[in-house]
Design a protein around this ligand. Structure first.
Ligand SMILES: Nc1ncnc2c1ncn2[C@@H]1O[C@H](COP(=O)(O)OP(=O)(O)OP(=O)(O)O)[C@@H](O)[C@H]1O
Length: 207
């Protein structure tokens, strides 16, 4: 399946309330192929809460999210969407290679082989290392390798630059640009200034 298939993520009238505090209300946006949506805002403003709603992990207090015109509870959304959160989706007791085989078994295969993905994120030679023995930045790189080996039109990334060195930040920006160039789309939160000059980046700042 090609990443060029027309896809859209549309949110309308979204509200989220936590502990009687309105984090956001009546939020609306649309993201399509080749676009990035960057969620900005101070600590506690609701960025992760919004991502969790977009992933379908949490119901909004009002409003709805649709993927290609269908509710995100639809099975196609589970196939098309990949989420990398703070915990990176890594099983710490499994090796690097085992983690990637599990990820591949649970998703559609992407264009990149496991070996090529590990080389791309500079984890070649770490195949048999248990994930718990990786540094924080290496765990983040493993979660990026996971994105490369599976086929997902939509990447949802929570603070993807956390723990990465300067070279790692440049790498993820390059991977993001390539994903959009191939027709994919990305929603992310970040406190880091994005350097994606060739990509259409929309921004939403939560108060
Ligand atoms: N599981 C939870 N139960 C109750 N309140 C929560 C829960 N998770 C988050 N909150 C509250 O919701 C608010 C928004 O949190 P959220 O994690 O969405 O913010 P954020 O913008 O992602 O912050 P940061 O930049 O620090 O990651 C905070 O006040 C937080 O205390």
């Amino acid at each position: 399946m090609s990443l060029a298939r027309p896809v859209s993520l549309v949110a309308e009238g979204l509200s989220c309330i936590r502990d009687d505090r309105v984090l956001f209300s009546d939020l609306a946006f649309q993201v399509t192929n080749r676009q990035v949506l960057l969620l900005e805002g101070r600590n506690g403003s609701g960025k992760t809460s919004l991502l969790r709603i977009l992933c379908g992990f949490r119901e909004p207090d009002a409003g709805e999210v649709r993927w290609c015109g269908e509710p995100i509870s639809d099975v196609q959304y589970r196939i098309d969407m990949a989420y990398v959160g703070h915990l990176e989706g890594i099983k710490k007791e499994l090796t690097v290679l085992e983690n990637l085989h599990v990820a591949l078994a649970l998703a559609q295969a992407g264009a990149c082989s496991i070996g090529a993905a590990l080389a791309r994120v500079q984890l070649a030679g770490f195949d048999d290392v248990p994930a718990q023995a990786l540094s924080a930045g290496q765990k983040r790189r493993l979660s990026l390798a996971r994105l490369l080996i599976t086929h997902n039109a939509l990447w949802i990334l929570d603070e993807p630059f956390t723990a990465l060195d300067r070279q790692g930040i440049a790498l993820i920006e390059q991977l993001m640009a390539e994903h959009c160039d191939q027709g994919g789309m990305i929603v992310l939160t970040s406190h880091h200034e994005l350097n994606l000059p060739t990509v259409d980046v929309q921004r939403i700042r939560l108060a």
